[in-house]
Design a binder for this molecule. Structure first.
Ligand code: GDD
Ligand code: MN
Length: 371
């Protein structure tokens, strides 16, 4: 594949919005680093017409101090992800890379990412969740929100999000060929999701890094970004077929409720079994029926490429175990929400069903059908 002795040219994109407080320090540091690494390089600042005139400062730095610095000023457009794409559009390097302009991504890790791509990886992702990675001193709430967002991604677009340990990372490098000729259409912050969802790649490497605190200025994260993140996930999810699969799983679940009721009636009225036994049998009938439908419909394409998967009976058994635990989670949630939070039991049960459905879906999709 790649020849290590050939130094590939690098285009580093720095998206900025009101980063005047950090820019000069960042550019000086990165310019020295790339110069010393011996590769041909360019640094491209893509600024969205910042009110603090980051673009003006960047242009001045380019003129006066850094010959390899280029500046794109976008007027009338906002958004981190699209800004990065704009930078890559005008880039000339073989390796495309991106990094925050506020000092939160440790600059030495950039060299590791570039090395990984030169050594053969199609994409090298800076990750907070592999060895050597982490966050500085985040509160429990902040960690929880970050992981929560990742979990939602895992549910909505597993085929994209599962490929890396830190899909939220905005620090990565890739071969130009990964996105060449592909249409990328991200919304919001998470450009990596778009690259993973629509790019052309086989090998992917993750490099740990510690997410530092901002050196100056303020974060641009707002509530609106969470909404855009969801929107982006749903869009990717539809395109990869993840959404369709999730909806099928939900429909099968609804059918299971009907099977459960019918079986309960049958065992109680026709077979005259005691209610507890009829109830247990009804649950098991619904589980088996759900399994058969999911195996033949929801996860059909996964079930068809059987090598590596459990045989049919093995899958049925696993489905049973996962859904059994799901049932326990359901009841535990119900009790917790009614007793601790004082929710009305029917409302609590709605939430509990949602939680256990998510459990059943994610575990079965990943462990059972390996979708
Ligand atoms: N051009 C442009 N337009 N740049 C933007 C915009 C925008 O609308 N919004 C933010 N930026 C720039 C910022 O100036 C900064 O350089 C970088 O994008 C990251 O923005 P922050 O507001 O500092 O984001 P963060 O610290 O919460 O999150 C970052 O780190 C995460 C963890 O690696 C982002 O880069 C995430 O994508 C990343 O996952
Ligand atoms: Mn930041």
């Amino acid at each position: 594949m790649s020849d290590k002795s050939v130094a590939r040219s690098v285009s580093l994109v720095l998206p900025t919005y009101n980063e005047a407080a950090n820019l000069e320090r960042m550019i000086a540091r990165l310019d020295a680093l790339l110069k010393e690494s011996g590769r041909p390089y360019e640094i491209i600042v893509v600024d969205d017409d910042s009110p603090d005139r980051t673009w003006e400062l960047a242009e001045q730095l380019g003129r006066e101090r850094f010959a390899q610095l280029r500046v794109v000023r976008r007027v009338g457009e906002r958004g981190l992800a699209t800004a990065v794409l704009r930078g890559w559009e005008v880039a000339s390097g073989d390796i495309l890379t991106v990094m925050d302009a506020d000092g939160q991504h440790p600059h030495l890790t950039l060299l590791e990412l570039l090395d990984a791509v030169e050594a053969g990886a199609d994409i090298a992702v800076g990750s907070r969740h592999v060895s050597g990675g982490g966050v500085s001193d985040w509160s429990a709430v902040r960690r929880f929100l970050s992981r929560g967002a990742q979990f939602i991604g895992l549910v909505l677009a597993p085929s994209v999000v599962r490929r890396v340990s830190d899909p939220m990372s905005g620090f990565f490098a890739l071969r130009r060929s990964v996105i060449e000729g592909r249409t990328l259409d991200p919304v919001g912050y998470k450009i990596l999701l778009e690259v993973l969802g629509r790019g052309r790649y086989r090998t992917l490497e993750e490099i740990g890094y510690v997410f530092l605190e901002r050196e100056g200025g303020d974060s641009k994260v707002s509530a609106r970004l969470y909404w855009e993140y969801l929107l982006h996930l749903v869009r990717l999810s539809r395109q990869t077929g993840d959404l369709q699969r999730f909806l099928r799983f939900g429909l099968v679940g609804v059918s299971g409720v009907l099977v459960n009721l019918a079986a309960l009636w049958f065992f109680k009225e026709v077979e005259a079994l005691p209610l507890w036994l009829a109830g247990c049998l009804a649950v098991e009938m619904a589980i088996v029926s759900n399994f058969v439908l999911n195996d033949a419909w929801t996860f059909r394409s996964e079930a068809e490429r059987a090598p590596g998967l459990q045989p049919w009976l093995g899958r049925l058994w696993r489905f049973n175990v996962i859904c059994g635990v799901g049932a326990v989670i359901n009841v535990a949630c119900l009790l917790l929400l009614t007793n601790l939070l004082g929710l009305y039991y029917l409302v609590a049960q709605l939430v509990a069903v949602a939680v256990s459905t998510l459990w059943n879906y994610t575990l079965n999709a990943t462990l059972n059908w390996q979708a």
